[in-house]
Design a protein around this ligand. Structure first.
Ligand code: ADP
Length: 446
């Protein structure tokens, strides 16, 4: 606004002067014709011309001089220079046929118009008009004043509106900040709900998702800690009971000592297994950065696992078969994957019946390799299938207590598969058997 009004005001006086002088010039041409028609130069007594002169001089707020061929002023509307000679450069140029416009330093426009019959004929006289530009200056001044007031009012209004709108716009963001403060300082556990703008609604929704995830994480951490404590306490409680019952007997027979010490050793073994499994799990959960990826022959890896578990299987006379459809090499962390497949095959043996079978198969396509561990064991009830990968979950505690286990094996296996960006599935029929299917990319995806 400042620039526009500044440039308009700056150009106003020159434009107004131009318009005024063109106007006066046109009037003068008409007057010059009338002067010729009424032979005013020879006999300056026409009242009509005098009237016209007065009218024109008052209209343009200026002075009009009529100069004849001898450079003598024969008429002056100010009655000051009549009879005197006026020889100026402007007048001389006009006698040569030029109309001249010029602005003087005193704020006047001086206009000369030749008096002549037609373009080609000789100039018989000159009309010299001085027009005051005072009114133009005062109009420019008044306009400047008006523009100043307008700009001031506009400036104040614009600033006030800007402050008001910015305040209104920022208010929801301030609400988000204060609600976040309330949540982070623990004064409220409510969700963030600032729905003023689409953006604040999205921020609220995303934030609420994060807090929900964090709550779930916290809950599962608490559950894990309480499960760990419970599982670690169980063998200790048994050992305490066994030790106390020995201590309470004055003269306990050696056989009883031996039997109870054997039980205590078993409980120590169990405690040891839980701790080893827990450490494996913690190691599995660590960042993928700690993976030790290398090209590995998966056939060899599976063969080795089966070889290690064969003594366990032979105790129940379980037949173990490895069926490999093709040689497979893949980029994997040998340690973690060995632990995962060992847990799966060990379960297939543990939860199997006498004279049963365990069938491990390996296949691959251009992207993944597939390992299936099938058994002829007791199977897993349908309602338990969703939970078996959870830490410490064991199907039917009383039944499982006959079979050694910590409930961590499948959690470790799943964690190891997921860290390889793979997938693990289970299908089972109670009384018939269980199949675990694992799919892992041949090339490690970081
Ligand atoms: P555990 O140390 O008890 O074997 P896992 O996490 O390996 O813990 O397994 C969780 C539970 O899933 C087991 O307690 C068992 O009830 C069930 N389970 C796992 N594998 C099999 C299987 N092959 N056949 C039947 N039940 C299984």
């Amino acid at each position: 606004m400042l620039l526009i009004s500044g440039s308009l005001l700056a150009s106003y006086p020159s434009k107004a002067v131009f318009t005024r002088s063109t106007e006066v010039q046109n009037q003068c041409r008409i007057l010059a014709n009338q002067i010729l028609n009424y032979h005013y130069l020879e006999d300056p007594s026409s009242e009509l011309i005098d009237g016209e002169l007065t009218q024109l001089s008052s209209m343009c707020d200026g002075r009009i001089l009529i100069i004849d061929q001898d450079f003598r002023a024969i008429r002056d509307t100010y009655d000051l220079a009549e009879g005197s000679f006026i020889v100026s450069e402007q007048v001389l140029r006009c006698f040569k046929g030029e109309s001249v416009n010029q602005t003087t330093e005193k704020g006047f426009i001086e206009i000369t118009v030749p008096v002549k019959e037609s373009e080609s004929l000789e100039v018989q006289g000159v009309l010299l008009v001085s027009v005051s530009t005072e009114s133009i200056q005062s109009t420019a001044g008044a306009l400047q004043g008006d523009a100043g007031v307008f700009l001031l009012v506009y400036g104040i209004l614009a600033t006030a509106l800007a402050v008001l709108f910015s305040h209104l716009l920022v208010r929801p963001v301030e609400r988000i900040a204060s609600e976040l403060h309330e949540i982070s300082s623990g004064h409220t556990s409510d969700d963030l709900s600032v729905k003023t703008y689409t953006e604040t609604r999205r921020i609220s929704e995303e934030f609420n998702k994060i807090t929900t995830q964090m709550r779930m994480l916290d809950e599962s951490r608490q559950e894990f800690v309480s499960n760990v404590s419970h599982e670690l306490k169980t063998p200790l409680t048994s050992m305490k009971v066994l030790a106390d019952s020995l201590l309470m007997q004055e003269e306990a027979p050696v056989e009883l000592y031996k039997e109870f010490m054997g039980d205590i050793a078993e409980e120590i073994e169990r405690e040891n297994k839980i701790i080893t499994d827990l450490l494996s799990l913690v190691k599995m959960d660590k960042k993928a950065a700690s993976l030790n990826i290398e090209q590995t022959d998966i056939n060899d890896l599976l063969e080795l696992i089966l070889k290690r578990l064969r003594p366990l299987a032979s105790k129940k006379n379980i037949e173990m078969v490895l069926e490999s459809f093709r040689p497979v090499t893949a980029e994997v962390d040998v340690g973690r994957l060995t632990l995962a497949f060992t847990n799966l095959v060990e379960n297939a043996v543990k939860y199997n019946k006498e004279n049963g079978w365990v069938h491990v198969s390996l296949d691959a396509d251009h992207k993944f390799f597939y390992v299936k561990v099938m058994d002829s064991g007791m199977g897993i009830p349908e309602e338990s299938l969703d939970y078996i990968f959870e830490r410490f979950y064991r199907v039917d505690k009383s039944h499982s207590s006959e079979i050694d286990g910590t409930g961590l094996g499948l959690a470790i296996a799943k964690s190891a598969v997921l860290v390889h960006k793979g997938a693990i599935k289970v299908s089972s029929q109670v009384g018939e058997g269980t199949t675990f299917s694992v799919r892992i990319p041949l090339n490690y995806i970081a």
